[in-house]
Design a protein around this ligand. Structure first.
Ligand code: PHE
Length: 452
């Protein structure tokens, strides 16, 4: 069975696949809008703290779990802790992967729409208000958003079931650096717009009065979401890693690149937001109504913008592949379906969720739970509850239950690779991560107030 699984050819392949999973809409779409809604720089600071103190240790632990067990997210725990309930972490992760795909594919679909609009030149020559109006008339519609969501799910499905990962791996080695380069160009354009400094100080000058319990939960959720941790994605990927992959270096590289892309996205978006008079709190549509304004101010804007949206779609695709793989590997290996059929089951379920999420911007707008439409509900439940909860359990599992010697041996490739910060890592994992996640949960759920 294992020969059917993805294998990562080169060391670079390992890093690119993991970076491919981490870097995606989470950085370029979700990070700016969460930052905008949560007050800017103070949120960024909390986010970076969560990434370093909680996200990174959890990522290394997921790498440990995956490569040590060489199993899917749920099966891994049957190897490491047989006949216990720890495999709940895996089930939580598989469910999260499925639910994330349910709203992520909708946004990924939007990038395709914008790619075609850019290509046909219909994305230029408008005012900031026009872009906002056009976006909401597009995403509250029925046919086109669903068409693009379906197209995106189909693309992911084909790659997962036909197994052209090698092609993806190879192409992302070119596309990712290209995306990076493009973002740098956009940064330069954005910070030289009139009033850019207002946006930069929004992003970098913290106003601590903006911090409350929901900001903190949002920052932690964003850290988990963006790093692809807390749901078994990196467990699944690292189960395909080679024996000589340096887990510590890989985790640090993924974390640094992922954070860099998010910050770059912020540097592109916020100067433009203030320069064009867009509300930073606009929510999920923020990037889609801001970027066209930036492109419009570049020479040959149709060319730049179409390449950019294509690159963004590909960044999203390398993330949806990783999400789909978690669910497919699980259905295939734990339930005895062929890989093709497993992929089909997952895609079909995701399609149903995707259609409902897409419609929740228009036709189904009135149907809300706790004031959230279906799309926002999936986003909230996964990023702010399931992933941090998964991360909490991973840190307790690896920090408290796994023999320190086994952990160290795996993370240092049986002593052949160095691990500079092992003691710090172990401390963060055992105490800081679980306590921080636990406190944030308790605080946000209002339990402190209840006790008073
Ligand atoms: N990290 C991805 C992004 O930032 C999304 C993702 C979340 C992928 C969880 C896999 C697992 O776009």
């Amino acid at each position: 069975m294992s020969d059917e699984r993805v294998t990562f050819g080169s060391k670079l392949g390992v890093i690119f696949a993991s970076v491919g999973s981490a870097v995606g809409l989470g950085n370029i779409w979700r990070f700016p809008y969460e930052t905008g809604q949560n007050g800017g720089a103070a949120f960024l600071l909390l986010y970076v703290l969560c990434v370093v103190l909680v996200g990174l240790p959890v990522m290394m632990s997921e790498f440990f779990i995956g490569r040590h067990s060489r199993k899917n997210a749920a099966g891994a725990f049957d190897v490491l802790a047989p006949k216990t309930k720890w495999n709940f972490i895996g089930y939580n992760g598989v469910a999260a992967a499925f639910l994330i795909l349910g709203f992520y594919s909708v946004v990924a679909g939007w990038t395709l729409e914008y790619f075609f609009q850019a290509l046909t030149g219909s994305l230029t020559g408008k005012t900031a208000a026009d872009y906002a109006a056009d976006f909401s008339s597009f995403n509250s519609g029925i046919f086109w958003p669903i068409f693009w969501t379906t197209t995106f799910i189909a693309l992911t499905h084909i790659i997962i079931s036909v197994g052209v990962q090698k092609g993806i791996e190879r192409s992302s080695k070119i596309m990712m650096p290209m995306l990076f380069l493009f973002m740098i160009i956009l940064c330069v354009r954005s910070v030289t717009l009139p009033d850019a400094e207002i946006g930069l100080s929004f992003l970098f000058k913290p106003d601590f009065s903006k911090i409350n319990s929901s900001t903190v939960l949002s920052a932690m959720g964003q850290a988990f979401f963006s790093l692809s941790v807390g749901m078994g994605c990196l467990i699944t990927y690292s189960s395909y890693f080679g024996k000589d992959t340096n887990l510590q270096k890989t985790a640090i590289t993924v974390t640094v690149l992922d954070t860099l892309v998010a910050v770059l996205a912020g540097v592109i978006i916020f100067p433009a937001v203030f320069s064009f008079g867009i509300a930073p709190t606009a929510g999920p549509e923020l990037v889609f109504i801001t970027l066209p304004n930036v492109f419009q101010n570049l020479p040959m804007s149709a060319l730049w913008s179409s390449i950019f949206y294509l690159l963004l779609a590909i960044a999203a695709l390398t993330s949806t592949i990783s999400l789909h793989e978690v669910a497919t590997a699980y259905v295939h290996e734990e339930h005895g379906f062929t890989r093709k059929r497993a992929a089909f089951i997952v895609s079909f379920g995701v399609l149903v969720l995707g259609v409902i999420s897409s419609l929740s911007f228009g036709l189904l707008k009135e149907y809300t739970v706790f004031g959230l439409n279906f799309f926002d509900l999936l986003d909230y439940a996964t990023a702010k509850i399931m992933l941090p909860f998964g991360g909490l359990l991973v840190s307790v599992f690896v920090g408290w239950r796994i023999d320190r010697k086994i952990l160290k041996a795996e993370l240092t490739n049986q002593g052949t690779a160095s691990f500079y910060f092992f003691t710090i890592y172990a401390f963060l994992l055992k105490y800081i991560a679980p306590i921080a996640i636990g406190l944030i949960f308790i605080n946000e759920l209002g339990l402190f107030k209840l006790l008073k």
